[in-house]
Design a protein around this ligand. Sequence first.
Ligand SMILES: *Cc1c(COP(=O)(O)O)cnc(C)c1O
Length: 404
Amino acid sequence: MDYSKVFNAAIDRLHEEGRYRVFIDILRNKGAFPNARCFAGHNGPKPITVWCSNDYLGMGQHPKVISAMEAALHDVGAGSGGTRNIGGNTHYHVDLEGELADLHGKETALLFTSGYVSNEATLATLAKILPGCIIFSDELNHASMIAGIRNSGCEKQVWRHNDLAHLEELLAASDPEAPKLIAFESVYSMDADIAPITEICDLADKYNAITYCDEVHAVGMYGARGGGISERDEVADRITIIEGTLGKAFGVMGGYIAADRVIVDVIRSYAPGFIFTTSLSPVLVAGVLASVRHLKASSEEREAQQASAAFLKKSFADAGLPVMNSVTHIVPLMIGDPVKAKRISDILLAEYGVYVQPINFPTVPRGTERLRFTPGPTHTEEMMTELTSALVEIWERMELRKAA
Ligand SMILES: *Cc1c(COP(=O)(O)O)cnc(C)c1O
């Protein structure tokens, strides 16, 4: 076996498809996001504006978050020192789980080192504990949920995206006695649409299923206290398990689930992805605590983000750019070709100092490659107007189709 030949061929396939990924080397400027520095050129860092960050509300630079992290670092040091079971169960972790349980109106919560790990560990473990469990999974669910479902080894039924009739058809056709779990997201971050959570919960009641909702792209940003779409739609109490990240709107790092005490106890006790890993640094947890507490009390950031998103959507639409229908804070432009998406992104960075990463397969299906903009509270109208002009110029230069 010529190992390097096989590895090189695998990389060549990505180049041929135009979806070889290039990571842009940046540093964000604290206190001045979305301004950042890019290290792509040879003449030292170049100033850029970041348009694709998932630090949606700029909490990664919030003074309360920064000072909480500094205080924790000087009080208890850098790392947690162990797993939750052996030495790494810090008081910060305990406090944050209480804060997150309260955020979602659940009995308790459980922290993980990332949102990915929380989805994988929870879904794989839950479905193993329930004998003969069938998981009903929305077709656009995130890779971390798909990994968890696969690792559970149980039967999986995929329902068409947000299609309640299809979900019901699959539920009705399955063994009435089998335990059932419906797994979905609230905000789908690539399509910028929202799941009909109330109706999904109605179906769960009708067919005696439990529900698992990934609120990663909604926590911090929707609901009066940032409890997500489930808070906004007043359905949190009907969802069995709510999952979220601490790395996007909360601006730091980590993931969690919130649920009844017994379910959390099962995951805590059985999930390898929770048990066999060093717990989050208390410095990170202290920052998240400050962030969650701040966003529970303040809607200013959420309102400013929604205003920016509305402005950018209108600006793109008025300019005839192919902005996808979005009922969320995410503003995707459909390109439909990986090479073109990469080319537009390259021009934006090189000529306009605009950083927006092209989104390609497997993050989205082939042929639906896009640019995904995430304007936040600190993107000004002037920045958005300039961005729109830059895109219009590139559209003309590349002779791309305008929206009807
Ligand atoms: C980003 C993401 C995750 C993973 O969260 P991390 O904290 O980044 O690991 C899970 N689900 C969805 C839908 C995501 O977009």
